[in-house]
Design a protein around this ligand. Structure first.
Ligand code: FAD
Ligand code: SF4
Ligand code: SF4
Ligand code: SF4
Length: 748
């Protein structure tokens, strides 16, 4: 993309020049933009106009801060302002009778061009003698400077309705513009310069001045604009509490390290969630109303995989905290507590840490090395770990005595049974145990005909794993319809693509052995057909048996995946295990349950959110501080008003956004997937998808409000918007032009 900034004065035609350049490129098939930043009534005041062109569609609506080239319509404006952000080697074209060499010491890093557009305009009677209009002459000079044929300028002029002397002026300027093509040619001689006029050109608007007008029109206003920040729905819904808009904005600016830093304020597991989160943020994304949700999950994966984390400085606190269970909930709590400076130790009954990230979710969805990388970042904070260390009721009391706080994050350890008649044999295995064996690589099912009972993630993961291990046929048996299946929808689709079949509305009744074929043992699962009745307490329609509909399915093995429930035997009888409940009330030590054990949420992001909330709570209890969970997630921004309303699509000005289809994610083909545990999704190569984020309710500094303010009294200074209320008439154009509903008007 090429960006050109034009500096001139009101009345010289700078905005039209931007349009002429844009038109000349548009006629060559490029994507273009041209707009001005000026105050209509202040003729003679300095103005800026902007032009962009690119072979790709342009979505950046900002003012141009780092131009490739600069054009100066009035020589009195030559100075430091025109150089702001100008790229080294870019052209500076000045309307001046002087030679470019005369500006060379002032601008040694740039190529220079000059043309006496004022004289050319006057000779062609363009404008008045006191205010000549120099834009059409400069359009010709720009074409020569940028290496385009003069016909491009003529075509643009004609396209915009300019005829006669405007074309003559453009042609003359094309021929007369003097170019100093390389900064290196400045010394010793300026060979390219044809003429050397030593006079500094006087301003064509001498005395017009750049001061604000005398009448402070702000007195007329009955309303005033302000900038606020609302809550994007993705941020609101993310169970981990991630600042989704924030990290997407950093990725859109190609800053993966900054994106990762934003994510690490809330979650230690961006690469994990970037692969396995069901992504409710995407279901809530306002962009669905335009052309499809932003692929937040893939962008989180991108930030986690490509960002580099900077080391952080933490306080050193003496208090010791024990965490029981090393799933995402326990490890997230340990991570945040360690960042607060506490000494944290994690106790895990298994041989490895990670909970279901290690023993449940299979490698083809969540590779082990990704889990290890993110866990190592937590351990690097000084968190210590004891594996093969089961905590029972007595051990929990001991931990409470020896520590300043204890968190219990033991997940859902109770498996549900169906009493099919052969439970506890090798033929009927629990899905969760089967998947653990798959991880350990010590289970064989090749050539088997397998029935998996259940409709959740465990069922689908077990079925897909069995296929990959060489099972002959895998059928999932589920008693409701596809719509009610709790497994992640995309996982069900992928399982079907790979060849898993699903027996819907089917209730298993009993399992019997049938005579063997001499090679392996065969079984018969008697099932009953179901239909959907009224919704039950889960809100899903309950399955109802159809009398006399029994039928048999044959198999070699049955995998039970009916869900898990918490094992609360570690707590005193009658303890109500819920997040936020202080447990073991008789002891003074704060003791809380977190994750699936306390919430039953059943997602990684939910476990992360629970671990973080409770870590912040414990810190507040131990330190007496009052850290708010929202402040913990998000750095405060420079806005007038924080508004805790969620912004929905109907509050956005959708017509101001361009349509752009979501980036396509590459995946292994279904046939390849059947024989490998390699990761199914390959991930996106770049972060351009993040630029689709509409930044709902959060200013992304697009500057449209500044551009359209008819008074020119709205400026962005750094990350702040400054309204000059002395001149703001309260017309509300800035509010109407803000695509993301950031500006609001208040009555005076
Ligand atoms: C097969 C499967 C697939 C899933 N897929 C997804 C998915 O794609 N996306 C998603 O968001 N969620 C998924 N989930 C759910 C997700 O894994 C859980 O919600 C999440 O892991 C819960 O985290 P947790 O820390 O609360 O518990 P867990 O991850 O269960 O960790 C609990 C830990 O505590 C340890 N422990 C238990 N008792 C003791 C004790 N007495 N002493 C010491 N340690 C103990 C356990 O060994 C374990 O390591 C899936 C679950 C399963 C089973
Ligand atoms: S954790 Fe899940 S819900 Fe939250 S931002 Fe990531 S993908 Fe979205
Ligand atoms: S467009 Fe961006 S800010 Fe808006 S909901 Fe979607 S991801 Fe969030
Ligand atoms: S307030 Fe709105 S229009 Fe103005 S810069 Fe921010 S997002 Fe853009």
């Amino acid at each position: 993309m090429i960006e050109i900034r034009i500096h001139g004065r009101g009345g010289q035609g700078g905005v039209t020049l931007a349009k002429l350049i844009a038109t000349s490129r548009f006629l060559q098939g490029l994507s273009v933009q041209a707009f001005g930043l000026y105050a209509a009534e202040r003729s003679g005041a300095p103005i800026q106009a902007f032009c962009r062109y690119s072979e790709e569609p342009i979505t950046n609506r900002n003012l141009i801060y780092e131009p490739d080239h600069v054009i100066v319509l009035d020589p009195t404006l030559v100075g430091a302002t025109i150089m702001a952000g100008l790229k080294a080697g870019g052209w500076i074209l000045i309307n001046s009778p002087q030679s470019p060499g005369e500006f060379a010491t002032q601008f040694p890093r740039n190529r220079l061009a000059t043309v006496d557009a004022t004289t050319i305009a006057r000779d062609n009677n363009l404008g008045t003698r006191s205010v000549p209009i120099v834009n059409t002459a400069l359009a010709g000079a720009v074409c020569r400077m940028l290496g385009f044929p003069p016909e491009d300028a003529y075509a643009a002029l004609e396209h915009l309705g300019f005829r006669g002397s405007n074309l003559t002026a453009a042609e003359r300027a094309y021929n007369e513009v003097r170019l100093l093509a390389s900064p290196r040619e400045i010394e010793p001689a300026d060979e390219l310069v044809a003429t050397a006029d030593t006079r500094r050109g006087p301003s064509i608007l001498e005395g017009a001045g750049a001061a604000l007008p005398g009448i402070k029109t702000g007195q007329w206003a009955s309303e005033q604009p302000h900038r606020r920040q609302m809550i994007p729905p993705c941020n609101h819904i993310c169970p981990a509490g991630n600042n989704v808009q924030g990290f997407l904005s950093a990725l859109a600016r190609e800053k993966p390290d900054e994106a990762l830093a934003i994510l690490l304020r809330t979650t230690p597991f961006p690469s994990v969630c970037g692969r396995a989160c069901p992504a409710p943020c995407m279901e809530a994304c306002n962009r669905i109303e335009l052309d499809g949700a932003v692929n937040v999950r893939e962008m989180e994966r991108y930030a986690g995989d490509h960002g580099r984390a900077n080391p952080e400085q933490f306080a050193n606190r003496e208090e010791r905290i024990a965490v029981v269970g090393s799933g995402p909930a326990g490890l997230t709590a340990a991570y945040h507590l360690a960042r607060f400076g506490y000494r944290v130790k994690v106790f895990e009954s298994g041989r490895e840490i990670g909970g279901l990230l290690r023993t449940g979710i299979p490698e083809f969805r969540l590779p082990d090395d990704v889990v290890s990388r993110e866990i190592n970042r937590i351990l690097d904070l000084g968190v210590s770990v004891a594996t093969n260390h089961e905590i029972n009721r007595q051990a929990l009391l001991d931990l409470a005595r020896d520590h300043d706080a204890v968190l219990v994050a033991t997940g859902l350890q109770e498996r549900q049974d169906l009493r099919l008649g052969m439970d506890g044999t090798e033929t009927v295995v629990q899905g969760i145990d089967f998947l653990d064996h798959v991880h350990r690589k010590d289970v064989r099912v090749d050539g088997e005909d397998i029935l998996v009972i259940g409709g959740g993630n465990t069922a689908i993961d077990a079925a897909r794993s069995a296929l990959r291990l060489g099972a002959e046929r895998v059928r999932v048996v589920y008693r409701r319809t596809r719509q009610e299946m709790p497994a992640i929808g995309e996982e069900i689709d992928e399982a079907l693509e790979e060849g898993v079949t699903i027996e819907l509305l089917t209730q298993p009744i009993a399992l019997h052995e049938v005579p063997s074929d001499g090679i392996r043992r065969h079984y018969r699962l008697t099932c009953r057909r179901m239909q959907l009745g009224e919704p039950d307490e889960s809100g899903r329609r309950a399955p109802v048996e159809i009398a006399g509909s029994d039928f048999d399915l044959t198999c070699h093995r049955v995998i039970l995946a009916l869900g898990q429930s918490p094992d609360v035997s570690v707590f005193p009888e009658g303890t109500e295990v819920r997040e936020g409940n202080q447990l073991l009330g008789l002891l003074e030590t704060p003791l809380f349950a977190i994750g699936d054990l306390a919430t039953g949420d059943g997602t990684i992001a939910g476990a992360i959110g629970s671990g973080r909330r409770t870590a912040v709570h414990i810190h507040n209890v131990l330190s007496g501080e009052q850290v708010r969970i929202s402040e913990h997630a998000d750095a405060l921004r420079d806005v007038d008003v924080w508004c805790d309303e969620v912004i929905h699509a109907d509050a956005l000005r959708m017509h101001l956004f361009e349509r752009q289809p979501a980036a396509e994610v590459e995946s292994l083909s279904a046939s390849t997937r059947r024989s490998t545990f390699d990761e199914v999704h390959i991930g996106l190569e770049d972060s351009s998808e993040a630029a689709r984020c509409l930044s709902c309710g959060v200013c992304n500094e697009c500057d449209l409000c500044c551009t359209y303010c008819p008074e020119g009294v709205l400026k962005r200074v750094g990350h702040r918007l400054e309204f000059d209320y002395s001149y703001c008439k309260g017309c509300g154009v800035c509010m109407a032009e803000c695509p993301r509903n950031v500006i609001f008007m208040s009555h005076l």
